[in-house]
Design a protein around this ligand. Structure first.
Ligand code: ADP
Ligand code: F6P
Length: 319
């Protein structure tokens, strides 16, 4: 392939810029022309193509967000929108497209593939909710951002003998809550994949107080409930002093961690190498620390398994 394009779609994630940089620089190194598409599928349908050169991606590896910007585009979910997306790619002389995003964005890339146009997906979402890969870009940085918040909240909770409910993102996936909760020593982790009732939550918090703890942290995944509702329920059942915090979009920003820069770069190069060999309709992933690629249709149909062993281990060690 001589002319390829790249877009970012759905929620942004730290590490997307590292991947864009790698696609552009490796693509040019491999003798290709690389076009950037602004604002995801919305920009694709509007024909917002930009010629990228070595300097277009200077000074971005350390930046969160995505320089191509992103969007959510309802029209891409329709057959007409998907056909127009392929027409736009062909009209601009593109031979293969790389899509960085989450499961929704991959559905768009799958539709493009099914219309006979080669597409490659790179997993980019802080949610880590894609089943075919152990890791999605942005997850490590977001976990570290949440950990920083937990540490700060723990300081003040300890001084006041309080319990804090910290609501984190993740959509229907509990991984952000699980990993940040484990790393932050949360006494209770609540995720959508493994229900825990309110009686058990209160028992755990009261037991840890009786064991001499001056603070309690409950990390609640947004897919499992709202922080304020939970705080109300715990207050009604216990005499504990509770505060709640919704971390919100600060979890999506920030300078990418080493892991997100490294994997963003490696996955970007891997994606271009597939197109270079004329291979499309694949998604790049990582399994057992090794990059690999999977069929896009298969990847989109896989169901993610929750790591219950890790969840149980976290609850044993945070007492
Ligand atoms: P993410 O990629 O982070 O999961 P979204 O679920 O919001 O984010 O999806 C991003 C975009 O991908 C949507 O706005 C839409 O343009 C496209 N998309 C989502 N679902 C589909 C679908 N079923 N078919 C085609 N395109 C889709
Ligand atoms: O998919 C990433 C994510 O940050 C989710 O964790 C969250 O539920 C959602 O996007 C928030 O979306 P928005 O930016 O539209 O508020």
């Amino acid at each position: 392939m001589k002319r390829i394009a790249i877009l970012t779609s759905g929620g942004d994630a730290p590490g997307m810029n590292a991947a864009i940089r790698a696609v552009v620089r490796y693509g040019i190194f491999a003798g290709m022309e690389v076009m950037g598409i602004e604002r995801g599928y919305a920009g694709l349908l509007e024909g917002k193509f930009l010629e990228m050169n070595m300097r277009s991606v200077s000074d971005i590896i350390q930046r969160g967000g995505t320089i191509l910007r992103t969007a959510r585009c309802l029209e891409m979910k329709t057959k007409e929108g998907q056909k127009r997306a392929v027409e736009q790619l062909k009209e601009h002389g593109i031979e293969g497209v790389i899509v960085i995003g989450g499961d929704g964005s991959f559905m768009g890339a799958k539709a493009i593939s099914e219309l006979g146009f080669p597409s490659i997906g790179i997993p980019g979402t802080i949610d880590n909710d894609l089943a075919y890969t152990d890791y999605t870009l942005g997850f490590d940085t977001a976990c570290n951002t949440i950990l920083d918040a937990i540490n700060k909240i723990r300081d003040t909770m300890s001084s006041h003998d309080r319990v804090s409910i910290i609501e984190v993102m993740g959509r229907n996936c509990g991984d952000l809550a699980l990993y940040a909760g484990l790393g932050g020593g949360a006494e209770v982790i609540i995720v959508p994949e493994h229900k825990i009732d309110i009686v058990r939550v209160c028992e755990r918090l009261e037991a840890s107080k009786q064991r001499g703890k001056h603070s309690g942290i409950v990390v609640l995944a947004e897919g499992a409930g709202k922080a304020d509702d939970l705080a109300e329920k715990i207050t009604a059942r216990t005499g504990l002093s509770i505060r709640s915090t919704v971390l919100g979009h600060l979890q999506r920003g920030g300078s990418p961690s080493m892991k997100d820069r490294f994997l963003g770069t490696s996955m970007g190069v891997y994606a271009v190498q597939l197109l270079e060999k004329g291979i499309g309709n694949r998604v790049v992933g990582i399994r057992n620390n090794k990059l690999y690629d999977e069929d896009i249709v298969t990847a989109c149909s896989m169901k993610k398994k929750f790591d219950l062993d890790l969840y149980n281990m976290a609850s044993v060690v945070a007492r």
